[in-house]
Design a protein around this ligand. Sequence first.
Ligand code: GDP
Ligand code: MG
Length: 462
Amino acid sequence: EDSDLFPLRSPVVCILGHVDVGKTKILDRLRRTNVQEGEAGGITQQIGATFFPVDRMRPLCNRASETLPASGYSDVPGLLIIDTPGHESFTNLRSRGSSMCNEAILVVDIMHGLERQTIESLELLLARDAPFVIALNKIDCLYGWKKIENAGFFETYASQSQETRDHFDKLFGEIRTAFQLRALNIALYPEAGDDHKECIPVCPTSAHTGEGLPDLVSFLFTYGQKHLAADLRLKPQLDATVLEVKVIQGLGTTADIILSNGALKEGDTIVVSGTDGPIITQIRSLLTPHPMKEIRVKNEYLKHPSIAAAIGVKICATGFETAMAGSPLRVAYHPEEIPVLRDITENELQDLLSSFDREDTGTTVVASTVGSLESLITFLKTINPPIPIANVAVGPVHKNTVTKASVMLEKNPDFACILAFDVPIDEDAEKLSDELKVPIFKDNIIYRLEVKFTEYLDGLKQ
Ligand code: GDP
Ligand code: MG
């Protein structure tokens, strides 16, 4: 095939799971195990991600039971593992990042099994049809565990006492049953076969001792090589997603981007989704962290005239104040493309907002990003009794949001109100809200919005 002539890029790997299962620790451990030898060609901390080059990971992977194939021209050059998803940006990624992530690690604490956020992540991965491996973490907590630092899982398992192995088998069995109840099969990765829709592979790990990490990393490389080659051929098309929007002293509002395919250069005209409509702006600079971070040089970032996938990069440009995390970033290569991309971006947001279930009679719900809106809607629907939703919006509360909400005064005045999650409220909107008697409940914690709303309803009844 002609396309075989093109080299592969690194797969983008997301790491998901319930809080405290060890996501951050796994990445810390991988960085530490391999970072001693300095920078050149080494592991690099990028914007929102860490890059693990294949050659640097090879010694570790040699301890796995299925080691990496020998190096060749068409090899996956590394893994770009996204490591910032704190809760907020993660929910944002959930709403759109389907194209961003090539493979995923679903971390499960072996002592705790399937926890709530793990189930959420699992459903998301299944819905997105994203290939993933389960890291069954914290095996060092098993009864009587004797560690062998950085050993492959099967080596360390074989050297444990019968009691320890029994404990593992028992907990693994329970977790397998929990998956079976969701009509899913899991198996240790060498036994999971090649069809991961049939059976989800599991690598038991410890982020504290490094055990099982050789297996996890080998698995990610091998899977990328065997099954993702078609997706990973470097293509000219751009595929970039906004991970986070951040104010940085001296730089203003910047956008952290995962560039999973294609390239960006200074001066490019870009279009991203903003809460007040599409943002059209020019890339002023493309930044990655300075390799010698410890020296605290005045300029912490390296500037790049252009940059190619896969990489995490910070973009400086004007107008990012309203940019939304989770949105795709597009480039207009010719001026004629600008209005086209603006329409695409605008429609995409509208389509997404209109895809949420709504009622004829209900409250108006506003949040800062599509992701947080999704979380808020899910919450309001699952509480008992659920709070009905008639209108949704992303971004600051404007006058027209109040006007929309006021329509309910005729249908059911109880619901003529706005639940505003983590968003500013215009002065005009505030005024109109007083005039029309359409209260705005504002909070940056979701459940407190419910409390405020319920108290208000109780007040109305009296
Ligand atoms: P995250 O919320 O998923 O990022 O979890 P962290 O990486 O912050 O880990 C949460 C807690 O679990 C920390 O106290 C870690 O030290 C601990 N932890 C993480 N991985 C392991 C592990 O493999 N073994 C043990 N014993 N503790 C772990
Ligand atoms: Mg963490």
